[in-house]
Design a protein around this ligand. Structure first.
Ligand code: G1P
Length: 298
């Protein structure tokens, strides 16, 4: 099997759930503690061994590409002031061996369509997809641990993606999988027998949601080309994967860490608290502030 090197990160979404914050600033550039959300997702991908990051962008998202580029003026100014630690924090956010490419999605036609926009850069290899709304947090501090395990568990020709249980009343916000009643312990995989995008509560086959980390065979791209618009009138990745199920194994990986949905205001606040409390430099001081607040509201 060819080593997995490419990961597609769709960043073309409008971010309507976090307006007005995302009116001018891409939602992926909003800050969790001390860095933009997209930096966590890219760092996770790099830590898991991906060397080619493909951003699927849209109008008004150039700040994302700039963030991963060199900032000459800032670097020179910091150098003059002898602020070497700050220089390190902005230089080489991705190591030199990692390539970041971008491709435009001209019309907001859904996640499946966004992935298809990256097809010319993916070629005929298996590839990963990582959704930037979702941050993964692991209590050990290695937040890339689940993505590393996903890569390790991947078998050529199949599809494998992360799932997590959600409260039954929330199933209509996610892709939901049917594992035929099988359950996978955290860190384990289970065979998927069906999946549906944003089902009604009464029609959901389970409460196991697709969380936005996938490894997919190149065949997915051909299936996406034939996929008609589905839920919300959009071309859905879940619908193409349901088709893939007829010809290849599709598996769910149950994650060990927890997800934080930064595409949603409350999820965003939760992410700031979680990553703030576990931040290596700010965590201790932030815990004191947080406990003060909790004490005040009692
Ligand atoms: C997308 C996927 C969905 C998945 C979700 C995870 O939906 O289509 O299957 O469960 O991401 O966040 P979106 O949130 O873009 O509507």
């Amino acid at each position: 099997m060819q080593p997995l090197s490419k990961i597609v990160i769709p960043v073309a979404g409008l971010g309507t759930r976090v307006l007005p914050a995302s009116k001018v600033i891409p939602k992926e550039m909003l800050t969790v503690v001390d860095r933009p959300v997209i930096q966590y997702v890219v760092e996770e991908a790099v830590a898991a061994g991906f060397t080619h990051i493909i951003l699927v962008t849209s109008d008004g998202k150039s700040a994302i590409e700039d963030h991963f580029d060199a900032h000459f003026e800032l670097e020179v100014t910091l150098e003059r002031k002898g602020k070497s630690q700050l220089i390190d924090s902005i230089r080489d956010i991705v190591p030199p061996e990692v390539t970041i490419s971008s491709v435009r999605q001209h019309h907001p036609l859904g996640l499946g369509h966004a992935v298809l926009c990256a097809a010319p850069l993916i070629g005929a290899e298996a590839f990963a997809v990582s959704l930037p709304d979702v941050l993964l947090h692991h209590p050990d501090g290695d937040h890339a641990l689940d993505l590393k395990s996903l890569v390790a568990a991947y078998e050529d020709g199949s599809a494998l993606f992360m799932v997590e249980p959600v409260p039954r009343e929330n199933v209509s916000s996610y892709g939901i999988v049917d594992c035929g009643g099988a359950t996978a312990d955290p860190g384990q995989t289970a065979d998927i027998v069906g999946m549906v995008e944003k089902p009604k509560i009464s029609e959901a086959p389970s409460n196991l949601s697709i969380i936005g980390r996938y490894i997919l065979p190149a065949r997915t791209l051909e299936l996406l080309r034939e996929t008609e618009p589905g839920a919300g009138g959009e071309i859905q990745l879940t619908d193409a994967l349901q088709k893939l199920l007829q010809e290849a194994p599709v598996k769910a990986y149950s994650l060990k860490g927890k997800t934080y949905d930064c595409g949603d205001k409350l999820g965003f606040l939760r992410a700031n608290v979680r990553f703030g409390l576990s931040h290596p430099e700010l965590g201790t001081a932030f815990r004191e502030i947080f406990e003060e607040f909790v004490h005040e509201t009692r």
